[in-house]
Design a protein around this ligand. Structure first.
Ligand code: ADP
Ligand code: MG
Length: 720
């Protein structure tokens, strides 16, 4: 598409390529720094906005507030000294209408180009001046009569002092010419009415006159839709690819059948107790409660997966208190009933310890040996557990990330369960995947364990469709019966004494309370001091109450002792840092106070609140805060008051923070969407999903090419 000449800056000799940095000009270096080295990268570097230089507005028609391009002859050009030194130029067009141009900063070159009698083309914003309509500091250039106008809207790119707009425009135009943008998607799979990829990019960089600017800026124009569709389709295809790759791998088929029925299966250890009932049934029989319908459903989904020869890759999501632990235990019994080991990993020692205690209570009576691994368990005890794990005696291993240390060798790991998976850092999750995917030897085959991840931070639907498509999701959408909803109240710090009095009342009634100390960014030491000071103050204010303190720096044994005291009801108030955020389960606790609640993230507040409301007593969560609140702080507290539904919380969190948080601390842009928007483009996500399926089935080579184009190596469209 022809471009109108842009006369000001020197043109790049050729599209900047990957040349040694020291031979590059300053703007070329700046391009390099932005990663704009490849034609495709340049072609995908889209304008921030556009300027319309395709028409001239007669001076009679310019209105204050408009940005307009006008042309006329200079009638007057003079330096005025009042109210300050400035250049004032009077322009007149062929119809005899006038406009004033005003420059507070000006150079001799201004006076030269704008000399009386010159014909100039001017672009700027019109406003009401003292003597009528005027433009302040417009852009301008000398023209001859009938000089051609731009044929397309002029793109405005994010530029800088090192990288002038005009240079960028030429570089992008050159990149666009050279980029390989041939059609990869079969035409019948492209939604009706969307242009070709190359045409779409041409339009986005150089829209023809009268293209609706609003549609470009709101990204609803068909050209935008095409680009977003490309991106979403590539993402769906790569998720399909991951799914197909997983389908090609092998896992042990785990059927929880009583040993007698397994006689032909040499994998069954000889020492499995010979009761006739499957192990999972025996666990169900000893549980003090029956499963909810939702729990039964997810257990069935997981059990079906475990019986398949492909590795399970399933996320179990359920709001805090929904009862995920027992589902995990049942999954574990299926694996163990089939004669395989199971590992359960939790992000904190407190939570792992609690799981361990519960599982020992449930499973040891059934003859299962449960091993415990944590960072703080060292020496002989650890060695003994490692042996039991390596020789297959320990069927269930519970612990923190110590479970994935390289000296932990499983005899036959059939199932790995990760609790509160979003709490594991990216590096940890990666190590975990690699370690646990180490093939287990079973029946002569190379087998990898099934994977069950659990979270109380549900993934919003669109995000699940785009970023976690290679993940099967089970959802517990129902709380165990008899829970009363938690009432959430927001108070300013000024009401602190009232809150303390409320704590005293609650404990008087035989209930217990948590007091969560404020989060102090990036300072564990301050965090600790603060928790200690809060503990002292509350202990002094509540002389008849046993007040405990729990924080991350306590030695493991002490942490366990404090938790035990609170759990057994011998402690009325537990002052804690966010170490209690996940998992802690004390049903008698019915009051939660969170100090400086405005400093916490929404998901974190919801998790913390989930520590209460676990028994039949009506529970209250008090959010203390110090005004003034930021906009997002206000939005978070408002969400907390308005809903206790974890899915609604997750939806609002996505709105407040964007999708990055849900994906963990990823590298910049990696796998995040660059062009599409999950909120606005949900319909397009669905179309891409449908198209991805057809493309894999009917055009597998094109599908692979599309994935390569967007996700492969240096041609990576997303990192471009
Ligand atoms: P989360 O999903 O947050 O991990 P937990 O597994 O800790 O929840 O369960 C919360 C509490 O509910 C625990 O005390 C657990 O024993 C109890 N619980 C789980 N399922 C049921 C059920 N079906 N009926 C009654 N109580 C249940
Ligand atoms: Mg839990």
């Amino acid at each position: 598409m022809p471009r109108a000449p842009t006369p000001s800056a020197p043109a790049p000799a050729a599209a900047p390529a990957a040349a040694p940095a020291r031979t590059l000009s300053a703007p070329a270096k700046a391009l390099h720094k932005l990663g704009l080295t490849h034609p495709v990268a340049l072609a995908l570097h889209l304008p921030l906005r556009y300027e319309d230089e395709t028409r001239l507005t007669p001076l009679a028609e310019v209105r204050p507030g408009d940005t307009a391009q006008v042309e006329g002859t200079v009638r007057e050009c003079k330096v005025e000294l009042r109210p300050r030194r400035q250049l004032v130029v009077k322009l007149m067009d062929a119809e005899g209408d006038e406009l004033v141009l005003r420059f507070v900063n000006f150079y001799p070159s201004h006076q030269k180009t704008l000399a009386v009698g010159q014909q100039v083309r001017v672009r700027g914003e019109v406003r009401h001046g003292f003597f009528g309509r005027e433009m302040v500091h417009p852009s301008f250039k000398a023209v001859v009569d009938g000089a051609p106008l731009a044929e397309t809207l002029t793109p405005v790119y994010p530029a800088s002092a090192q990288l002038p707009q005009s240079y960028l425009r030429k570089a992008v135009a050159a990149g666009l010419q050279r980029a390989n943008l041939h059609e990869v998607i079969p035409p019948e799979l492209v939604p009706h009415g969307l242009p070709l990829l190359r045409d779409a990019l041409e339009v986005l960089h150089h829209p023809p006159p009268r293209t609706p600017l609003a549609a470009l800026e709101e990204r609803t124009h068909p050209a935008w839709q095409r680009l977003k569709f490309e991106e979403l389709l590539a993402q769906q295809l790569s998720q399909w690819q991951a799914r197909l790759e997983r389908a090609a791998r092998r896992a042990p088929q785990l059927h929880d059948t009583p040993p007698r029925q397994q006689a032909s299966d040499p994998a069954t250890p000889a020492d499995t107790p010979a009761e006739a009932q499957p192990l999972s049934q025996r666990l169900l029989d000893v549980l003090p409660f029956g499963l909810t319908a939702a729990q039964q459903r997810v257990v069935a989904e997981i059990t079906a997966d475990l019986g398949r020869s492909q590795p399970m890759h399933r996320l179990l999501q359920g709001d805090v208190g929904a009862g995920k632990t027992v589902v995990a235990a049942l999954a574990a019994t299926v694996a163990m009933g089939a004669g395989w080991q199971c590992a359960l990993m939790a992000p904190t020692e407190i939570l792992a310890e609690q799981h361990f205690a519960k599982l020992v209570q449930w499973l040891e009576p059934l003859g299962i040996t449960v091993a415990w691994l944590s960072g703080s368990r060292k020496g002989k005890a650890r060695q003994a557990h490692l042996e039991a794990i390596a020789n297959g005696q320990a069927l269930l291993v519970v612990g923190t990330h110590a479970v994935i240390q390289s000296d932990v060798k499983f005899a036959r790991l059939g199932l790995a369960i990760i609790d509160e998976q979003h709490r594991f850092g990216v590096a940890q999750r990666l190590a975990l995947r690699q370690h646990l995917s180490a093939p287990a030897q079973g029946d002569g085959d190379v087998l990898e364990p099934h994977l069950l991840m659990m979270t109380a931070t549900p993934i919003p639907r669109t995000l699940a469709m785009t970023h976690f498509a290679d993940l099967d999701v089970s959802t517990i959408d129902e709380l165990p019966p008899g829970r009363t909803p938690i009432l959430t109240k927001v108070f300013t710090d000024a009401r602190r004494d009232d809150v303390v009095a409320r704590v005293a009342e609650e404990i008087e009634r035989g209930r217990q309370a948590y007091w969560v100390c404020p989060l102090i960014e990036e300072s564990e030491t301050l965090d600790l001091q603060n928790a200690q000071a809060t503990h002292e103050a509350l202990a002094a204010a509540l002389p008849h109450v046993t007040v405990g303190l729990l924080h991350g720096r306590l030695p493991a044994a002490e942490k366990a002792a404090v938790m035990a005291e609170f759990k057994e009801g011998r402690m009325g108030l537990l002052v804690a840092t966010t170490v209690i955020e996940v998992g802690v389960d004390v049903p008698n606790a019915s009051l939660m106070v969170i100090e400086h609640a405005e400093r916490f993230g929404l998901a974190q507040l919801h998790q913390l609140r989930g520590r209460v409301g676990r028994g039949a007593a009506a529970s209250v969560c008090v959010l203390l805060h110090t005004p003034p609140l930021s906009v997002s702080g206000k939005a978070r507290l408002k969400a907390m008051i308005e809903t206790t539904d974890g899915f609604e919380i997750a939806r609002r969190d996505l709105e407040i923070r964007g999708p990055g948080e849900f994906l963990g601390e990823r590298q910049s842009g990696d796998a995040l969407l660059r062009f599409a928007d999950l909120h606005e483009d949900e319909a397009l996500v669905q179309r891409a999903q449908a198209a991805a399926k057809l493309m894999w089935e009917r055009h597998p080579h094109a599908a692979m090419a599309q994935v390569r184009r967007w996700h492969g190596g240096h041609l990576d469209y997303l990192q471009a």
